[in-house]
Design a protein. Structure first.
Length: 137
């Protein structure tokens, strides 16, 4: 019988790795490889923040974030999970979480928050993210 707690921890580890990729600095491109590792190549990412929906495939999601986080326009950027719930059935899981982010832009401290829903599937190589949808507060 599968260890449910171990599966929940494995799912959370993937989500934590996803969030850990969003840190400003010269290592932004290297952290993008972590995103590619946790996202299925066919993953869909959808932002409901702002006016209308914006949809991304993996590469169109990663490219502008690497450019922004590595450009020096933002400093001390990081994003983290504040609270999360894991729902799992068989080979699929969903993580509903609230998150926060902070950074400095033009020398001024900034903060933000929102909610994300991440869908995951167990693959031969472990849990991977198949879809992400989010909205900023």
């Amino acid at each position: 019988m599968p260890d449910q707690d171990a599966d929940d921890r494995a799912v959370r580890a993937v989500v934590d790795r996803f969030f850990a990729a969003f840190v400003s600095g010269p290592e932004a491109a290297a952290r993008a490889e972590d995103l590619r590792a946790v996202l299925l190549p066919e993953a869909l990412l959808v932002s409901a923040a702002g006016a209308g929906l914006t949809t991304y495939d993996v590469e169109s999601f990663i490219a502008p974030r690497v450019a922004l986080l590595g450009s020096g326009a933002l400093s001390d950027f990081r994003e983290w999970v504040e609270s999360a719930r894991v729902d799992r059935f068989g080979e699929i899981a969903q993580v509903w979480c609230t998150y926060a982010k902070s950074w400095r832009q033009d020398g001024e401290p900034r903060t933000g928050s929102g909610a994300k829903s991440l869908q995951l599937v167990r693959t031969a190589g472990g849990w991977r993210i198949s879809a992400v949808v989010w909205d900023d507060a």
